[in-house]
Design a protein around this ligand. Sequence first.
Ligand code: NAD
Length: 296
Amino acid sequence: MAKIGFIGLGKMGLPMVENLLAAGHEVKAFDLFPQNVAAAEEAGAAAADSIADAAKGVDAVISMVPEGKHVRAVYEGDEGVFANADPETLLIDSSTIDVATSRVVSRQAVEAGFDMVDAPVSGGVGGAVAATLTFMVGGSEKAFERASPFLEIMGGKIIHTGGPGNGQAAKICNNMLLAISMIGTSEAFALGRRLGLDDQTLFDVSSVSSGANWSLTTYCPVPGPVPTSPANNDYKAGFAADMMLKDLRLAQAAAADSDIETPLGELSEALYSRLAEKGGGGLDFSAVFKMLDGSL
Ligand code: NAD
């Protein structure tokens, strides 16, 4: 069984630690908030008192922190992972961050002799608890092969998406597409209602027609047609609109860096910003329907 340093014990990190412990691994856990470290200790992890402490004497380091600046703080500098881990240690960053920062950090890892993958996830807190996360993994073939056994404990699908940063790239491209399809689906229902179409009738038509898509058939933004969708539960998240907004901002940053226009991605970011301004950021991202329908 392996020794793992785990850094970032928030909503996602803690259940991921619990799954690693349940599989018999030893975990040294660190977070800036002592109460999060205490929760990991209660679950059976050893408490680390710093990033350096979590990174020393372990087979792998896994990080799950909010943004690119936090990832840099974890890996860089005298107190960071690069300066304190043995170069044999495998490095896995599962945070969702911007592609550019992910590639900068990965390059530093390779230069210092480490195998590193960026391995952002989809599946949310429920997926983290149930160990059904999808991992999108960027990095060398060797790093991917070393990381897979750990990722398989915490996830259901592990997909190698290419070189460093490509895990982040896959995540933001997918989520931009998801936002666009959710907004399109919501617009269709809002317009359909105004034209006198019953929600269920539009669903019955579109779900077997060319408008069919995941946001309609699995995650329908109006209550009724898909009983398990958050619309039936007052749009309780699910995948929060604020998290979608974060990913859309990352997609726009990547589009600007890559000199490509993504007009619907840009518009999606503006619409989710408006949803957040209206106080809907904590709702499920399908609540964009409520805004378009005029009830938020
Ligand atoms: P969170 O805010 O609940 O937890 C992040 C933790 O990182 C916090 O406890 C914070 O104290 C810790 N942290 C920050 N900087 C640190 C540092 N330098 N050293 C040690 N700890 C540090 O966030 P979360 O919901 O667990 O999300 C983590 C990542 O996963 C984010 O990048 C997020 O976008 C991504 N993600 C989240 C979800 C979700 O549903 N929550 C879904 C998919 C992906």
